[in-house]
Design a protein around this ligand. Structure first.
Ligand SMILES: NC(=O)c1ccc[n+]([C@@H]2O[C@H](COP(=O)([O-])OP(=O)(O)OC[C@H]3O[C@@H](n4cnc5c(N)ncnc54)[C@H](OP(=O)(O)O)[C@@H]3O)[C@@H](O)[C@H]2O)c1
Length: 287
């Protein structure tokens, strides 16, 4: 979809909301005119909007009324009240894109009402530098236009993949929580560099570029990482010696355990914090 005249309202101007606004501002020529943000504290949001070069709405309903897509970028526990607040202003044909962890599309659909296409996404913290690995899923209500709108917005902060909603906890375990694993790996490599005699600055620089370069190589070649690993492992060399040490200490199992544990935790938090089930068809709307 061409960003063209598409209008986006972002509700919640914290880390993720401002990352999205910045991403749109940097990639959509029309963002200055077509992107609106709102939040809890109007004076702070006004300052953020002016800094980001987007529009500002004094209230969440004002923002919601201004968007072809309404992005919910508030914490999961705040989301039900925000959804209730904006519901009267939502109009058929709008898309609701939520990035709140653990809130199912069925809940969003029940809260948004008929005719609103719902999309749920899980970006990660690298959105702030437009390098998020984001996965999204479509609600039952979402059609092609909703998908196109969501993709176009999410692509402004990185790469996107579509998954089935049943896989959103797995996404949270891998890429949502993923920056943590890699921060820890970078920290460890930097410490290791210092241990073997490099300055902190040199060690950190080399560790970062090695991580980025290796990821770029895997992406550019499309090869399985194990094949590339084999290519750099010469007989009796440093790589096979290091590999032996990593295998002995169980690095691979450790990372697999971590992703699995984070996935299970996401499921658990989803069950515990899940808002009440949406009303079944025919039951009276709650006030
Ligand atoms: N951070 C991540 O890495 C990450 C990754 C994936 C998904 N997410 C999801 O993204 C969402 C936002 O996370 P975040 O990290 O951006 O949190 P955040 O920095 O705390 O931002 C949330 C924003 O919502 C505002 N807010 C609070 N009550 C509001 C209301 N009634 N109306 C409008 N805005 C309100 C807050 O304002 P005040 O500060 O004034 O209260 C704050 O600016 C969460 O649902 C989270 O699950 C985050």
């Amino acid at each position: 979809m061409s960003a063209g005249g598409e209008r986006v309202a972002i509700i919640g101007s914290g880390n993720m909301g401002t990352a999205l606004a910045r991403g749109l501002r940097e990639t959509w020529p029309s963002a200055r005119k077509n992107v609106t943000i709102s939040g809890r504290d109007p004076s702070r949001v006004r300052a953020a909007a002016s800094h980001l070069g987007v529009r500002f709405a004094r209230t969440n309903p004002d923002a919601a009324a201004s968007g072809d897509t309404v992005v919910l970028a508030v914490k999961p526990q705040i989301l039900p009240s925000v959804l209730e607040e904006i519901r009267p202003t939502l109009k058929e044909g709008q898309t609701l894109l939520s990035i709140a962890a653990g809130i199912p599309t069925a809940f969003l659909e029940a809260g948004a009402g008929r005719g609103i296409g719902v999309v749920r996404a899980m970006p990660n913290v690298a959105a702030s530098v437009r390098a998020s690995a984001t996965a999204y899923c479509l609600g039952k209500s979402a059609g092609r236009r909703d998908r196109d709108r969501a993709r176009s917005i999410l692509e402004s902060i990185g790469t996107v993949v579509e998954v089935d909603e049943t896989l959103m906890d797995a996404v949270t375990g891998l890429s949502g929580t993923g920056p943590l694993y890699l921060f820890l790996i970078l920290e460890s490599l930097s410490d290791a560099g210092v241990k073997v005699g490099l300055s902190r600055e040199t060690a950190t620089h080399l560790a970062i570029q090695t991580l980025v370069g290796s990821a770029q190589l895997v992406r550019a070649t499309g090869e399985h990482p194990a094949k590339l690993r084999d290519l750099v492992t010469s007989p009796g060399g440093t790589a096979i010696t290091a590999l032996h040490s990593l295998e002995r200490n169980g690095l691979k199992a450790m990372l697999m355990d971590a992703v699995e544990a984070a996935t299970r935790r996401s499921e658990e938090l989803g069950r515990r914090g899940r808002p009440p089930a949406p009303p079944s068809p025919g039951s009276p709307p709650s006030s």
